[in-house]
Design a protein around this ligand. Structure first.
Ligand code: ADP
Length: 662
């Protein structure tokens, strides 16, 4: 199932092939990274500012509103209230005066008596928080009738009285009531009964018409200020509490916001990491896809080549065999060695190709295991050079071998031989002719070095990396080959913890160098080296051969007879056991896949029958290393792979008969 997910910002998209377990990021990474970079750059400061700024602004606004508008307004209201209050109080006193006047008018009291009583009543009247606020009485001629705190002024004219500011408040009062009957007058006056404390005061005065008296009472500004300052104090405390509360809430929000921002940043980072991971996976997938496409293409080319390359030698084998069969007796005698030479060459080439493919399949399956023994690397190189000298001589290419010293190593002889064989045969293949090839063996602290230097066609720098990959052929010149040789060689050398390096100049030649670790060096040879061909003396040896395939049986028989041995052949296990019942050979060559019995069981039966240790060599078409080890472990003295290499078989028979094991 395919699912597509867009991230919330719409900056990237994911394609998920659930069935196949693929996750593909559909690009836009850059945009996404940009956005997250922005988020990353967001420091904690803006978060703090974002929250504290409105808070501070609100507080400033509240302070301006309270102290700039509300408080003055409250002051004003309080002032007006006070003014109203003194006015009301004054009016009450006027009513009292009215009552006394009425008592006079009713004849109950004389005028003097009623005025006297009124004056005394008013003198004793107090109000205010400390009950110290008072009333006074003045007449229209500026004479102070009554003043509770300044009785010495009573009876005196207040017309010219000046306050510290130079104002004449009593004159102003008389003038005011003369015009308006009542009103307010501002002036400086001692604070109640405290003579020395002069304060600003506002008094309400009103005319009591019947007696032309002015009754007044006032309020001090300091009293109003005291009241407002108490109120301001309460407001200040409330304000501070509110600020503290908002501050705490803001702090909580800031901390929470910082935490959230960190969490968001963390998530963004994780998201980025995840996307990066996906990108890497995607890149790897793309790379793998590319590689697999490349490999597929190479395999297709390989299949096409291999079909062609298989047909060519097969044509040679079939064609020359038919030619031999169809030609006259005389012609056959004349052409025999030439035609069989072609047949042999084609056969060997086919064998080489199949071996390469099998080896490569092992490399691919990571199943190649090294079979180590101790041997002389000099001898192996000489052997490889000798086995390829036919081809080099054909092209007129001299091969010079130079070894700084003789080195004994412990490694997989067969496989290293293959590596050297591949490198040297390539050097010959890709040299057009007559240019010499140098093979050099040396040793240093870094290890053992074997180099193959040719003066052939060379390899361009861009191709130098490619050629170690399987199925790669540069097709510069048409040669026989599978494109697997270098891939196998590299794998074998890698398995030995070594490396192959290449120095090459296009058109001028190449130098492949195999480096093997110094740790494989040894100074003793425990396994016997293969003896030279000429020294095999096997004449008269009796060999039982059990092989179901008629051609193979005949081939081995002829070959053994050619080497002066006495072969006796059987085609089944049962036949072999019957032979053994009447006679005993020096050695048995046993095909391990017989129609009636498998090789390992037959070997056991043979041992039981002859009741003595008889060397048996296994013949097998299986080329796997596991099979070889299995056969050796089950008691076979040696294993020969089909098609049988005559040299190899002779060597193994000889070794089995001389030392008992290989
Ligand atoms: P092949 O069987 O085609 O020789 P290899 O894996 O041995 O396969 O080599 C791969 C390719 O590398 C060859 O096809 C050839 O183009 C190039 N090559 C290998 N050795 C040499 C060399 N000594 N000189 C020039 N080209 C070489």
């Amino acid at each position: 199932m395919l699912s597509i997910t867009f991230d919330h910002a719409g900056l990237s998209a994911f394609l998920t092939f659930e069935n196949k377990g693929f996750i593909i990021v559909l690009d836009n990474h850059l945009n996404l990274f940009k956005s997250s970079d922005l988020m990353k750059n967001k420091s904690k400061l803006p978060v703090v500012l974002k929250i504290t700024l409105p808070f501070v602004l609100t507080i400033i606004l509240v302070i301006i509103t309270i102290y700039g508008f509300v408080m003055p307004k409250i002051d004003n209201i309080l002032f007006e209230q006070k003014k109203e209050k003194v006015k009301d109080l004054c009016k009450n006193t006027l009513q009292l005066a009215e009552q006394y006047y009425e008592r006079y008018m009713s004849g109950e009291l004389s005028k003097e008596e009623s005025q006297k009583r009124l004056v005394e009543r008013v003198r004793g009247m107090r109000y205010g928080d400390e009950l110290k606020d008072y009333f006074w009485i003045l007449d229209m001629d500026y004479i102070m009738i009554m003043h509770p705190y300044l009785p010495e002024m009573e009876g005196s004219s207040m017309k010219d009285y000046k306050d510290p500011n130079g104002n004449t408040p009593f004159f102003a009062m008389v003038e005011l009531v003369r015009q308006n009957k009542s009103g307010y007058v501002e002036y400086l006056w001692q604070l109640r009964d405290i003579e020395e404390d002069i304060q600003k005061k506002i008094s309400y005065v009103e005319l009591f018409e019947p007696w032309h008296w002015i009754i007044g009472t006032g309020v001090y500004y300091s009293d109003i200020e005291l009241e407002t300052s108490e109120m301001t104090h309460d407001i200040n405390v409330t304000l501070i509490l509110i600020v503290l509360l908002i501050g705490l809430i803001s702090l909580y929000i800031i901390l929470k916001e910082i935490k959230n921002a960190e969490y968001r940043q963390q998530s963004v980072l994780e998201k980025e990491k995840f996307i990066l991971k996906l990108k890497t996976i995607n890149d790897k997938l793309n790379q793998a896809q590319k590689e697999s496409e490349e490999a597929n293409r190479s395999k297709d080319i390989f299949l096409a080549t291999i079909t062609h390359d298989l047909r060519t030698p097969l044509n040679g084998i079939v064609g020359f065999s038919e030619l031999l069969e169809g030609c006259s007796e005389e012609e056959r005698r004349k052409r025999f060695s030439e035609y069989t030479g072609y047949i042999q060459k084609s056969g060997r080439y086919l064998l080489q190709m199949i071996n390469d493919i099998l080896d490569f399949s092992k490399v691919e399956a990571k199943k190649m295991e090294l079979v180590k023994s101790e041997f002389s690397i000099n001898a192996v190189l000489e052997e490889v050079i000798t086995s390829l000298s036919f081809f080099s001589q054909e092209k007129g290419i001299p091969i010079a071998f130079e070894a700084d010293e003789k080195l004994l190593i412990r490694a997989d002889e067969m496989r290293l031989k293959k590596v050297f064989y591949n490198l040297l045969s390539n050097a010959i293949k890709y040299t057009k002719g007559h240019q010499p090839i140098d093979v050099h063996l040396s040793r240093s602290e870094e290890g053992i070095f074997v180099s193959f230097r040719d003066r052939g066609i060379g390899i361009s720098p861009e191709d130098q990396e490619k050629i170690f990959k399987p199925f790669v052929q540069l097709n510069q010149i048409k040669t026989e080959g599978t494109g697997l040789g270098l891939a196998i060689a590299k794998e074998i050398v890698d398995l030995h913890n070594g490396a192959i390096s290449l120095k090459s100049e296009y058109g001028k030649g190449s130098e492949f160098t195999v480096r093997l670790p110094g740790s494989i060096l040894t100074d003793k040879v425990t396994s016997a080296k293969k003896t030279e061909r000429e020294s095999f003396d096997l004449a008269g040896k009796k060999v039982f051969v059990v092989e179901d395939d008629e051609i193979s049986r005949k081939l081995i028989k002829l070959f053994l007879e050619k080497n002066k041995m006495h072969p006796v052949c059987a085609s089944t296990g049962e036949e072999l056991l019957m032979l053994l019942a009447s006679d005993l050979p020096d050695i048995i060559l046993m095909d391990i896949r017989l129609p009636d019995i498998d090789g390992i069981t037959l070997r056991h039966k043979v041992m039981e029958t002859v009741a003595k240790k008889l060397p048996i060599i296994a013949l097998t078409a299986f080329s796997s290393e596991e099979k070889r080890s299995e056969l050796l472990q089950s008691g076979f003295v040696a294993v020969c792979h089909k098609p049988i290499d005559s040299e190899d078989l002779l060597g193994k028979i000889f070794m089995s008969l001389t030392s008992g094991t290989l």
